[in-house]
Design a protein around this ligand. Structure first.
Ligand code: FMN
Length: 337
């Protein structure tokens, strides 16, 4: 238990102090939204509203899963939640493994009192889902009053992590059971190495409702684990770039685009490529640490709105059919992952 709590604190501290980002990009800088000199839209009427998990968002954005399980993590979750409520975006909790192991840690995840209307995503690792079984996980979800459960797939991190779990067999079956038996929808998410079409298809068959691609190009979990003394060097840049994941998975399940999304413009590109929502973790953690989280979310919303106006998209639905140029290399890659 001490190990779980200490590990989470290490992760947050390392991301804040060491950078730990992929060297290769997520692909957004290579994608160009096609400028419309005649937008035929009134900027003041451009609507960012979106539906997610039966609730209405002010913008199609998610503050991705990060923390909980220790006092500072609880403080961070409350601030993220307060700003998500104020700005009208969705939010994910960090892995709730610590809370399953020690129920007294619930308060470091519970945020409903400050964020009653936010679409809230509970979080557990695929390995823990298999280990703890549906009853415990269902209880964990209802204790935080979440609208969905994200099951994170992190085989790369677990392998590099000194104390990682290594037996990922039986994970698809465990996810299938969760989809069948939980009262909330299940989202499958990576943590930065991306979900390709084969995994997306298996997840669809298992009953998953959304894929959060969490592709390569943003925070590198192997880089984080190397900072913690992890083994097997050479994997800091391993993974499928986010843009290729979006293109590969969009026809299979609704996609949440994350992994190296670094502005509202990247978010607009992700949605034009077919994502339902775009999310980020590291930029919002950095903004939190500087006391500028609300400004950061507002800036992203403004960037998204301007990009929508300049592509002639009056709402999120029309942004999905906005023209986006994707270089051949990225398209080819997407066809093969
Ligand atoms: C400090 C930190 C902690 C994270 N903890 C979790 C976690 O507990 N569960 C999870 O599913 N993903 C976790 N992630 C991964 C993010 O949710 C996200 O998938 C990944 O960082 C890619 O997004 P980014 O490039 O915007 O950081 C964490 C990310 C960060 C930065």
């Amino acid at each position: 238990m001490k190990i779980t709590k200490g590990r989470k604190k290490d992760h947050v501290d390392i991301v804040l102090k060491k950078g730990v980002q992929y060297q290769k990009g997520p692909g957004f800088s290579e994608v160009m939204l096609v400028h419309q000199a005649l937008p035929e839209a009134d900027f003041g009427k451009v609507s960012l509203k979106a539906k997610f998990l039966g609730k209405t968002l002010e913008a199609p954005l998610v503050i991705e899963a990060m923390t909980g399980g220790y006092p500072e993590g609880g403080k961070i979750n409350r601030k993220l939640a307060e700003i998500a409520e104020k700005t009208g975006v969705a939010m994910g909790l960090g892995s709730q493994r610590a809370m399953v192991e020690d129920p007294s840690l619930k308060d470091t995840y519970y945020i409903r009192d400050v964020a009653p209307s936010v679409p809230l995503i509970a979080n557990i690792g695929a390995f823990q889902l298999k280990k703890y079984g549906i009853a415990k996980i269902g209880d964990m979800v209802s204790k935080v009053d979440a609208d969905a459960l994200a099951v994170h797939l992190n085989p790369l991190q677990e392998i590099i992590q000194p104390e990682g779990d290594r037996d990922f067999s039986g994970v698809v079956e465990a996810i299938g059971l969760a989809c069948e038996q939980l009262s909330v929808p299940v989202i499958a998410k990576e943590t930065g190495a991306g979900i390709g079409s084969k995994a997306a298809s298996l997840l669809k068959e298992a009953g998953v409702k959304y894929i959060d691609v969490a592709g390569a190009g943003g925070t590198s979990w192997s880089a984080i684990e190397y900072e913690r003394g992890g083994g097997v060097p050479g994997f800091a840049d391993w993974g499928i770039p986010t843009v290729a994941c979006i293109l590969a998975d969009r026809g299979i399940l609704p996609v949440i685009a994350s992994g190296g999304v670094r502005s509202g413009i990247d978010a607009a590109k992700a949605i034009a490529l077919g994502a339902e929502l775009a999310g980020a973790a590291q930029p919002f953690l950095l903004a939190y640490s500087k006391g500028k989280l609300e400004t950061e979310v507002d800036t992203w919303k403004e960037q998204l709105k301007v990009a929508m106006f300049l592509t002639g998209s009056k709402d999120v639905q029309s942004l999905r059919s906005a023209k986006a140029f994707v270089p051949t290399g990225l398209k080819e890659l997407a066809g093969q992952v």
